[in-house]
Design a binder for this molecule. Structure first.
Ligand code: FMN
Length: 340
């Protein structure tokens, strides 16, 4: 296996195994959550640069569900048409395009009163969140579903649910952040599984559903990979097709040791335990390392985040480095040695 091999997920054909993970651009101009020219050039240039799978940055299900007012939204029909322009343009270059649907929960910095499963702030200098009532939590599931419908209207090839990094879904699934005594506290995976089922109901049957999971926490007393696998099993049963495996975000404390591929073992554990495709992410911009992760079958896809911010043509350069012939846009062919 090779990072440049094509692969099929349900009915979706991907030209390679390289993923652009969601990365907030904090570039919305009018607090309206609508994509603009920056987002257009940012995503389309990575499509021109050969990325197989582009996951557009987190787009939130309500205005107060954003990390900041500069984030994208999918809470209104006004978001659909401008997003569609980006999706269609990226698809012209052979990229599969999805969007990450999210709610920042207690980490929504610009919300007057952020919301969370329980009234526990993220850190000493964060706002104390309002604990969602049961009815408000049920309504939130519908907001995720409505956002997914709009993503489909915008022509995406897949949808990713943000269940990682200490945002709302992760808050519900974590024993350290969810102290509820209603049905969403009895089963900590319930909020996530309800969202997965609700979104599944509005996705075309053959469209893959991705779920980004924090497979382990770094907080003292936080959950480890065994609990991450238990969660993933429930989410898979509810309808997830691919896990995008990350970690942490539940507290200001990060991992003690960060090194190239530091999250690969988490992805591999979920892949092996559940027999499901996984994306691994985290300092994988060295093409030799990215390639070895795929060759050793530790993951099905590699996501390159900051590497693609640094170089929109990372895929083309990785191909040169690995002596692989790939399609180069005809306008740029004279700049590359190897091409099909
Ligand atoms: C500028 C920036 C914005 C990010 N925004 C998001 C986001 O919207 N959603 C998300 O799940 N992760 C987000 N991340 C995390 C990345 O998707 C990725 O997991 C992380 O950068 C590690 O991968 P890398 O070492 O290849 O950069 C962001 C990272 C960066 C650098």
């Amino acid at each position: 296996m090779n990072i440049f091999d094509s692969v099929t997920l349900k009915s979706l054909k991907l030209k390679n195994r390289i993923v652009m993970p969601p990365m907030c651009q904090f570039s919305v101009e009018k607090k309206d959550g609508i994509v603009n020219d920056w987002h257009f050039q940012h995503y389309v240039s990575r499509a021109v640069g050969g990325v197989g799978m582009i996951i557009i940055e987190m787009a939130d299900v309500e205005p107060d569900g954003r990390i900041s007012d500069l984030d994208l939204g999918l809470w209104s029909d006004d978001h659909v048409a401008p997003l569609k322009k980006i999706v269609e343009e990226c698809q012209k270059y052979g990229a599969a395009v999805g969007i990450q649907i999210a709610h920042a929960g207690r980490k929504a910095q610009d919300a007057d009163t952020p919301v969370a499963p329980s009234s526990i702030p993220f850190s000493a200098d964060s706002k104390t969140p309002h604990a969602l009532t049961t009815a408000e939590t049920e309504a939130m599931v519908v907001k995720f579903q409505d956002a997914a419908k709009r993503a489909v209207q915008a022509g995406v090839d897949f949808v990713e649910i943000h269940g990682a990094h200490g945002y709302l879904i992760h808050e519900f699934q974590s024993p350290s952040m969810n102290k509820r005594d209603d049905k969403y506290g009895e089963d900590l995976s319930r909020f996530g599984t309800e969202i997965i089922s609700a979104i599944k109901d509005v996705l075309p049957a053959e469209m893959p559903l991705l779920f980004r999971i924090s497979a382990a926490e770094y907080l003292d007393g936080g959950y480890g990979i065994d609990y991450g696998i238990e969660l993933a099993k429930k989410y898979k049963e509810a309808g997830v097709d691919v896990f995008h495996v990350s970690s942490g975000g539940e507290s200001p404390k990060g991992p003690d040791n960060v090194f190239p591929g530091y999250q690969v073992s988490l992805a591999e554990s979920i892949k092996n335990a559940l027999d499901i495709p996984v994306i691994t992410v985290g300092i994988l911009e060295d093409p030799d390392i990215a390639q070895s992760v795929i060759q050793e079958n530790k993951a099905d896809f590699v996501a390159v985040g900051r590497g693609l911010l640094n170089d929109p043509y990372w895929v083309l350069h990785a191909a040169e480095h690995l002596s692989e012939s790939i399609d180069i846009p005809k306008q740029y062919q004279r700049a590359f040695r190897l091409r099909k």
